[in-house]
Structure formats: C-alpha cells, structure tokens
Design a binder for this molecule. Structure first.
Ligand code: SF4
Ligand code: SF4
Length: 132
C-alpha cells in the first residue's frame, strides 16, 4: 500500500468538480493546460475558460467543470489546486479542516484518525509525492 493510498483513494464521485465556479488557474496552470490540450491558447481561452477581471477559471456548463465527464478529462493539464485536492496542507494546522474536507470528499480515509493522517500527509509533503 502506498503512502497516499493509506489516507486517500478517489471514489470518482465528482463532487470536487461540481459547482458554478472552479479553482482559478495561475500562469503555469494555463500554460500546462494549453500544452496538454495541444490547442492554440486563444482557442482554449474561448472554449474552456471563464475570465473575471484577471481571474481565469474553467467554464462550468451544467453546473460542473467543463472538463468533467465521469472523471477529469484534462488530467495531465489540470490546475495545481485540483492535483493537490484533497490533501490540502491546511489539514495539518487545524483538525477542523480535516473534518471539513473529509465531509466533502469520500475518498479521505478518516478512519485512519487525525494524528496518523497528519503523520502520513507530512511524509508525503516531505517527499513531494503526487497523489494520482
Ligand atoms: S471529492 Fe474526493 S473522492 Fe470525490 S472525485 Fe473529488 S477527490 Fe475524488
Ligand atoms: S480540471 Fe479536472 S479535476 Fe479540476 S475541476 Fe476540472 S474536471 Fe475536476
């Protein structure tokens, strides 16, 4: 069993990809997504992004991220915040964050218990293991 699988296993429920807004994309996210889609940036912008001032997010047709279709269809080009979720560092500083995140993500193995969960999460962060 890997370190990650001791505390998290995605059920592909899609909850984190639903809603009327998505995470915002920084410049690196935008470049990585454009490369992954192998399309001109203007086309990606037109087809997939929603711009609010200087904030770039993904469009959310039908109440979910434009890339959600029984899973993430831009996996290699997804924003870093998507890649990080749900193993967010804020879990380490406040047990309430652990419970809040666990309540919205069924992939979190909360039965591990908070202390053990944090111990494993710290190890993951130390070795910069990518979750999936
Ligand atoms: S909410 Fe959690 S279990 Fe559901 S798709 Fe997102 S990461 Fe996976
Ligand atoms: S980019 Fe992928 S992981 Fe991120 S919200 Fe969209 S579908 Fe979900």
């Amino acid at each position: 069993m890997t370190l990650v699988s001791q505390i998290f296993s995605c059920t592909r429920c899609g909850y984190c990809c639903h809603g009327e807004t998505t995470v915002s994309l920084d410049a690196n996210d935008q470049a990585r997504m454009v490369a992954a889609l192998n399309m001109p940036q203007d086309d990606v912008k037109e087809k997939y992004w929603r711009l609010t001032g200087r904030t770039v997010q993904m469009k959310t047709p039908d109440g979910h991220c434009v890339f959600y279709e029984d899973g993430c269809t831009v996996h290699n080009g997804r924003p870093w915040r998507c890649a990080e979720w749900p193993l967010h560092p804020s879990i380490l500083s406040d047990e309430n964050n652990f419970h809040t995140i666990a309540d919205s993500c069924p992939g979190i193995k909360k039965d591990v218990g908070y202390d053990k969960f944090c111990q494993i999460l710290r190890k993951l962060m130390d070795v910069s293991v990518i979750k999936c």
